[in-house]
Design a protein around this ligand. Structure first.
Ligand code: AMP
Length: 200
């Protein structure tokens, strides 16, 4: 199963990706997680990315494309992968196509979790409250100002990625406002449809 999950911050990509990992046994490739690990380890990449991430801006394409290129070589990706938070620009989508072509692979599906923008800030606040209640560390970019920048980055740079895949008839929209289990069920149905049409 080779899958891309698209959607704005707070759409539920991480939650659904974790479920897909359990179901399909393919790893979740989250560029956000990879970058946060690089920041925590203070690698040269992490040092370059930190200020941009904290502010809610995207990091340069070549950095994340390099991360994904390397990650796709890991043996666990032979079972497929669930891309969460990548591609986030049309240039990244084009680079992904090249990385896959080079390996003789293609995507099974591109799913977009569609949500009302008004709900996203509330979801972010809820995530912060839940994290604090569980004694966890809140993400540096989960604050109203950075979140606003993340939404603007989504609108300007990532929404065109949906249009890119829609133009190639690869995009399936899922109602991300539905309860979590219903979103999971809709994703399962979309993946069955994608597999059927691929095998036809
Ligand atoms: P996420 O965990 O997916 O919300 O990502 C957190 C932050 O990491 C984003 O706000 C960006 O600063 C950075 N980031 C993650 N993925 C990408 C990407 N594909 N392209 C550029 N920046 C990214």
């Amino acid at each position: 199963m080779r899958l891309v999950l698209l959607g704005p911050p707070g759409a539920g990509k991480g939650t659904q990706a974790a479920r897909l990992v359990r179901k399909h046994g393919a790893p979740q490739l989250s560029t956000g997680d990879m970058l946060r690990a690089a920041v925590a380890a203070k690698t040269p990449l992490g040092l370059k990315a930190k200020a941009l991430m904290d502010a809610g801006s995207l990091v340069p394409d070549d950095l994340v494309i390099g991360l994904i290129d390397e990650r796709l070589n890991s043996p666990d990706c032979a079972r497929g992968f669930i891309l969460d938070g990548f591609p986030r620009t049309v240039a990244q989508a084009e680079a992904l196509q090249e990385l896959l072509d080079r390996r003789g692979l293609s995507l099974d599906a591109v799913l977009e979790l569609a949500v009302d923008e008004g709900a996203l800030v509330d979801r972010m606040r809820k995530r912060v409250d839940e994290t604090l209640a569980a004694g966890g560390a809140v993400r540096a970019d989960d604050n109203p100002e950075s979140f606003k920048t993340r939404l603007e980055a989504y609108r300007a740079q990532t929404a065109p990625v949906s249009a890119h895949y829609a133009g190639r008839r690869q995009l399936t929209k899922i109602d991300g406002m539905a309860p979590i289990d219903e979103v999971t069920a809709a994703i399962d149905r979309a993946l069955v449809d994608a597999t059927v049409s691929r095998d036809e």
